[in-house]
Design a binder for this molecule. Structure first.
Ligand SMILES: C[S@@+](CC[C@H](N)C(=O)[O-])C[C@H]1O[C@@H](n2cnc3c(N)ncnc32)[C@H](O)[C@@H]1O
Length: 255
């Protein structure tokens, strides 16, 4: 049994998570920097002219914005890895499992899972939408090489609501911040139906996401899974503030 957790020091480049479909990450960064610079300029000006209330107000908004962005960046670059390293370690894999990562992106979870599978296989599937900077199959494969796990990693292009795998294929299905990107509740249910279909009896599911996780839990119970749980992943996975947390839904398919 593999009891250790994946290494926290990652060798790959995993980008930044976010919805960059309308405004690119680069433009978003420029806009935030411009707003913070403007707020600081206003604060200084207010101080100079003796408008103390205004200075406090603009100063506090600037600090809040910097804290929000700092928390968001820490989550996407560091916290996500800390939290998933723990989740994967706690699963106590044997090392020969078949693992599927739904919406693997550049491979943050996929490659940590692969580290725990010296005799197994880690498959990532993604549609490569603008929900993460630089996500594409080559970037994920390059990261697999850098992490030294390319021999056991497979990257596929496909939609998680129509999985191209046979029934009962995987021992473990993982996913991080993907289902909320699907356009409707029906799509999110379809993704869960598909995950359960390709999961082996006795197989486990661990899905982290924003919003709607109570519905995922209810739907997994409707599908007859057991040990269905849901928990808040804590400050390491706040997306800017405590009111944007990430929750983990776990379940087991009946044998
Ligand atoms: C925020 S990123 C998270 C990526 C990865 N799970 C991680 O934590 O680093 C969301 C990913 O979901 C993928 N995605 C969104 N809708 C999808 C769908 N219907 N099928 C497959 N992948 C999808 C996007 O292309 C993107 O790579």
């Amino acid at each position: 049994m593999t009891t250790h957790s994946p290494a926290l020091r990652r060798q790959g480049d995993y980008g930044v998570d976010g919805d960059f479909g309308v405004i690119s990450a680069r433009w978003l960064a420029l806009i935030v920097v411009a707003i913070v610079a403007g707020l600081i300029a206003f604060t200084v000006r207010n101080l100079v002219v003796g408008a103390l209330v205004g200075a406090v107000l603009t100063g506090l908004i600037a600090i809040a914005l910097v804290l929000f962005v700092g928390s968001y960046l820490r989550t996407t670059r560091v916290g996500k890895f800390e939290v998933w390293s723990r989740i994967l370690g706690d699963l106590r894999l044997r090392g020969d499992e078949q693992v599927l990562d739904l919406g693997c992106g550049r491979g943050a979870l996929l490659l940590m899972a692969a580290e725990l599978l010296p005799r197994g296989r880690a498959v990532g599937i993604d549609l490569w939408q603008a929900d993460q900077t630089g996500n594409n199959p080559d970037a994920t494969r390059r990261n697999a090489e850098r992490e030294g796990v390319a021999d056991r990693v497979e990257v596929q292009t496909g939609d998680i609501t129509r999985l191209p795998f046979a029934d009962n294929t995987f021992d473990l299905i993982i996913s991080n911040l993907v289902l909320h990107n699907l356009p409707s509740a029906a799509d999110r249910r379809a993704a869960l139906d598909e995950a359960v279909r390709v999961l082996r009896p006795g197989g486990r599911l661990a899905i982290a996401d924003l919003l709607s996780t109570n519905r995922y839990r209810a739907h997994l119970r409707e599908l007859g899974l057991t040990d269905v749980g849901r928990r808040n992943l804590g400050w390491r996975m706040w997306w800017g503030a405590p009111w944007f947390p990430t929750r983990l839904v776990t379940a087991t398919k009946k044998t």
